[in-house]
Structures are given as structure tokens and as C-alpha cells.
Design a protein around this ligand. Sequence first.
Ligand code: K1U
Ligand code: ZN
Length: 167
Amino acid sequence: MALLNILHFPDPRLRNKAQPVAHVDDAIRGLVDDMFETMYDAPGIGLAATQVNVAQRIVVMDLSLEKNAPLCLINPEIVSRSGTEEMEEGCLSVPGVYETVQRAGRVTVRALNRDGKPFELDSDGLLAVCIQHEIDHLEGKLFVDYLSELKRTRVRKRMEKVRQHTL
Ligand code: K1U
Ligand code: ZN
């Protein structure tokens, strides 16, 4: 197992569109395990492969306090959405920034699990929001894209300042 490097906004590699996983093999399972380790270490409740510079459609999540409810979505697709939900979101690629975003309130997602087996999951609340946030990452989209131009520019400047101080 290994800790992976999480890319930070405005790194252009966060804009890459991820490609479907052709076969869920041991190499993919190894990547999934490394992503879980990286997410738990961060700590976060979700992580998309795009955030660790891998252009494959893989997401890991765990919304439990005990870190004992791992959820792996390979090639996830939202097959239905309804309602609206406004929730404050964070992002491991935009550390220290929390903003309210409006999304669908309920989503059904279809995906493959860590063994390559298809499944469907109905979700609402934080789980539905997190699924949408992570699938956005696979499309190269970030939660700051839902903010006004002014707010996004402020976030970018703040992130660039933090980066200069850490170089
Ligand atoms: O995709 C990511 O960057 C992970 C992100 C997921 C997310 C959080 C909140 C709303 C939507 C999506 C995070 O995990 S940010 C960190 C976070 O929420 C958290 C960190 C420690 C404990 C509990 C939550
Ligand atoms: Zn994120």
C-alpha cells in the first residue's frame, strides 16, 4: 500500500477527463487500496482517481465516523436524479475552502465494485452530494466551478499564495 500525492487547485491536471476502466484486475484493486489509504490519511470522506493524477474512472468513499464503511465505485454512472440539496462542501484538492453548492438531492448510481461486479445504489443527503462531487472530479470539474467568478478567483489567489509559501 502507498500514500498517493493529491493534486491541488489550480493544477491543470485536475481538468483531465477520466477514461472508463476496461478490466478490474489486481492492478486496479491495488490502486483502489492506495486511494483508500490516501483518503483516510488526508483525512477525507471521498477521493477520485483524477485527484491523484490517474485518468481512470475510479472513486472511493467512506462516510462513516469509524472508517469502516468503504465504498468503491468503478465506472460510476448516475442513472437517475431528483430534488435539490444545498450543502457546504469541501475538497481535498482545495484545502481550507468550504462553500455551499446546490446539487440533486437524491441520485441512483450504477457502478462496478472492487471485484468488478455491477451494483446500483440509491442515495440522498451527504452520500448523494459526495457521489456527485466525486463523479464531477472524473469529468475534470471542481466544486469551485459552481461558485461565482469572483469567489473562484479569490480561491485561486488564496491557493496560489499558500503554494508559494510552501515551495
Ligand atoms: O473529493 C474530495 O476532495 C473529498 C471531499 C468530499 C466531499 C466532502 C464534503 C462534501 C462533498 C464532498 C472531502 O472529503 S473534504 C473533507 C471532509 O469533508 C472531511 C474531512 C474529515 C472528516 C470529515 C469530513
Ligand atoms: Zn473534491
